[in-house]
Design a protein around this ligand. Structure first.
Ligand code: HEM
Length: 161
């Protein structure tokens, strides 16, 4: 197991906010995932070039299954991170998966700014999806879970061994 160790203090309330909003969004996750990535590409069009499966594809963005898959991974893993942070104070991703994640993002030159833009886009997408359920506390809870997950990925951003 590999861990990112600064999550002490992630509360039960924060976990509940993430889990509650995810349960509302879950049934529409594919669509939301696309909205999320469209927002990223709107703010940072150059991010499209990072994805080999977009560069080499004639399929329109919204029909690209890999893009949807990636977007869902970000949503799901952030939600799982919130649960782990509350349970153990750290984000725990299987070491082999974390190494792969780190190596993939390193290989494709994903930089800090991309993670920042993605955070903004993720929070905006959730805000629009949950409507009146949205609050500053909910934003902080998702934001914190995302930050810890990204820190774990960044800690492994080096060439594949
Ligand atoms: C690959 C997760 C953020 C760009 C992957 C993969 C996962 C993943 C699981 C492996 C394969 C797949 O699902 O497609 C995550 C998580 C993130 C995150 C959990 C944030 C918490 C980002 C950001 C960018 C990015 C912000 C750039 C805007 C990529 C690229 C690949 C990749 C370029 C390789 C795709 C290819 O094979 O061409 N990511 N990602 N990721 N990710 Fe992320």
């Amino acid at each position: 197991m590999n861990a990112c160790d600064q999550g002490r203090g992630f509360t039960e309330e924060q976990e509940a906010l993430v889990v509650k909003s995810w349960s509302v969004m879950k049934s529409n996750a594919g669509e939301l995932g696309l909205q999320f990535f469209f927002k990223i590409f709107e703010i940072a069009p150059s991010a499209q070039k990072l994805f080999s499966f977009l560069r080499d594809s004639n399929v329109p963005l919204e029909q690209n299954p890999k893009l949807k898959h990636h977007a869902m991974s970000v949503f799901l893993m952030t939600c799982e991170s919130a649960v782990q942070l509350r349970k153990s104070g750290k984000v725990t991703v299987r070491e082999s998966s974390l190494k792969k994640l780190g190596a993939a993002h390193f290989k494709y030159d994903v930089v800090n700014e991309h993670f920042e833009v993605a955070k903004f886009a993720l929070l905006e997408t959730i805000k629009e999806a949950v409507g009146e359920m949205w609050s500053a506390e909910m934003k902080n809870a998702w934001g914190e879970a995302y930050d810890h997950l990204v820190a774990a990925i960044k800690s492994q951003m080096k060439p594949a061994e």
